[in-house]
Ligand binder design. Structure first.
Ligand code: GLC
Length: 481
């Protein structure tokens, strides 16, 4: 049967499973990942590679279906690609990084893996999210297999440690958040998200939580202490400074600027006129709210970014109240954020002069397309996970129904364009693996809510928060109760 011959609901799913099977990459006879897209009608560029971030949704599906070997192979092979030596050279990936993608290359009958840390990518963007997703996935593997022994192996302990070291290293700023360049995550083109973008802060938080669970204390006391120190600070910073709802908007609207010293209320010196506050005042539902896209010196990016907000709910970074408010926003602004294809990567689009200046006139990121407020089916699994976590499953059900009516027939596009996501993305690949797995995973999570535990965390223990705030790194051994 052709993958798309009969499009009943069952057949759509069956087609999706077959397409996922076809996307698997083999290395020395073993399955180790999935291609980004299997679209023979268009030049592959690097879509025939396995992207770390794209593979996460494939991996979660494989874990749920007991095909843990693929995920284990992936984790083992990608760990080997991680640079272990300290590099002070430009053009070399830093110690601890995990590549954006890799491919299998054959030479004289010998297969080997070639990693891309951004040196081949368009605009040479280095991924920051890969190493964070890698840790999150390693923990998901341990939970699914009920076996932490892989994570406890010395080379895995070293891998986790090196990632923590690169993330927790001293830098030129003193925020608890991660300072990153533009295009260092799913949005891998210039979109004005350099600084402290929400997506990476949330993944950073989840990776810190995951690393904390997996690191054996002995020999890692310094890193564990640094994690325990950072987690509550990061958590409080995001909850407080990224949050936007009507009360917060009121406070910001009346902010004084140019405050100096410790008593400043407008900590980041946000100039009110830089915000589209009249639009926000209209757009924000009375009970809804969300986490801002970015916070920095005189910068509050008020765009809504879906991945960061949804994963903040799933990872328990957002408070229970904030999580409910984010879901209320999605429900009340359904046409804007979900529309005819779940769901918008961000909202609203950058338009006109702002589009030209911020994206550098990127023709792929024109308003309401691709990263600039296009709709990405992969986000559906995160919407489902957030819905399960907040007990708002009717939202995910509705989203899946909308997607189900189109995705299979449209041959699993990478993204959709338009204000409501009605157009298949201008340059979207077909048979995009994470569109397929985003849909399948959403269905699996709805059918079996206990799967949520693979990616979710419990509340950060309040005593850990207060204890971690009290000690300076190294002065208390957090491994000793
Ligand atoms: C594009 C997307 C990126 C994705 C890659 C492979 O570059 O922007 O997020 O990982 O394609 O699908």
């Amino acid at each position: 049967m052709q993958i798309n011959e009969l499009l009943t609901d069952e057949n759509i799913e069956e087609g999706a499973w077959k397409a996922l099977e076809r996307s698997i990459i083999y290395y020395q006879g073993r399955p180790i990942g999935t291609v980004a897209a299997y679209d023979v009608s268009i030049e592959a560029l690097n879509y025939d590679q396995c992207f770390i971030r794209d593979f996460v949704s494939s991996a979660l599906i494989f874990l749920l279906k007991g095909r843990t070997d693929i995920v284990r192979n992936f984790l083992e092979e990608t760990l080997k690609l991680q640079p272990k030596e300290r590099q002070l050279d430009a053009y070399k990936p830093g110690r601890g990084l995990i590549p954006a993608s890799f491919k299998v290359v054959s030479n004289n009958g010998q297969e080997y893996l070639e990693a891309d840390f951004g040196e081949h990518a368009i605009a040479r963007v280095t991924p920051v999210d890969s190493c964070l997703w890698w840790i999150i996935l390693l923990r998901a593997y341990a939970i699914a297999t009920k076996d932490f022994s892989l994570a406890h192996q010395p080379e895995f302990q070293k891998g986790i440690r090196l990632i923590m070291e690169i993330c927790l290293a001293n830098r030129f700023d003193m925020y608890p958040t991660l300072l990153v360049p533009d295009g260092a995550c799913m949005i891998d083109r210039r979109m004005g998200i350099y600084g402290h973008p929400l997506e990476l802060q949330v993944l950073f938080y989840a990776a810190l939580r995951a690393a904390r669970e997996m690191l054996i204390c002995q020999g890692n006391q310094d890193v564990v202490a640094a994690i325990d120190n950072r987690l509550p600070l990061l958590c409080a910073h995001i909850r407080q400074h990224y949050w936007i709802d009507i009360n917060r908007l009121n406070a910001i609207y009346r902010f004084k600027s140019e405050e100096y010293g410790k008593t400043a209320v407008n900590l980041f010196n946000i100039y009110v006129d830089s915000l589209p506050y009249y639009e926000l005042d209209k757009w924000l539902p009375r009970k809804g709210g969300y986490l801002a896209g970015n916070v920095g010196p005189s910068q509050l990016d008020t765009r809504f970014f879906a991945l960061g907000n949804l994963m903040a709910i799933v990872s328990d970074l957002a408070t229970e109240e904030q999580s409910q408010a984010i879901m209320t926003l999605i429900e009340d602004r359904w046409d804007d954020l979900v529309g005819d294809m779940p769901m918008k990567i961000c909202f609203p689009a950058l338009e006109d002069e702002e589009y030209r200046i911020v994206t550098g006139c990127d023709p792929k990121n024109i308003p309401w397309s691709y990263h600039n407020a296009g709709s990405w089916p992969v986000l559906m699994w995160m919407l489902a996970a957030a819905s399960v976590k907040t007990n708002r499953t009717s939202l995910a059900r509705k989203a899946i129904e909308i997607a189900q009516a189109r995705l299979g027939e449209d041959e699993w596009p990478e993204y959709y364009d338009g204000k409501k996501g009605r157009l298949i993305g201008k340059q979207a690949r077909k048979y995009q693996t994470w569109s397929i797995t985003g849909f399948l995973l959403a269905k699996e999570l709805m059918a079996n809510p206990s799967y949520l535990q693979l990616v979710s965390f419990d509340e950060l223990p309040p005593e850990a928060v207060s204890r971690a705030c009290e000690f300076e790194i190294g002065s208390v051994d957090p491994c000793v109760p």
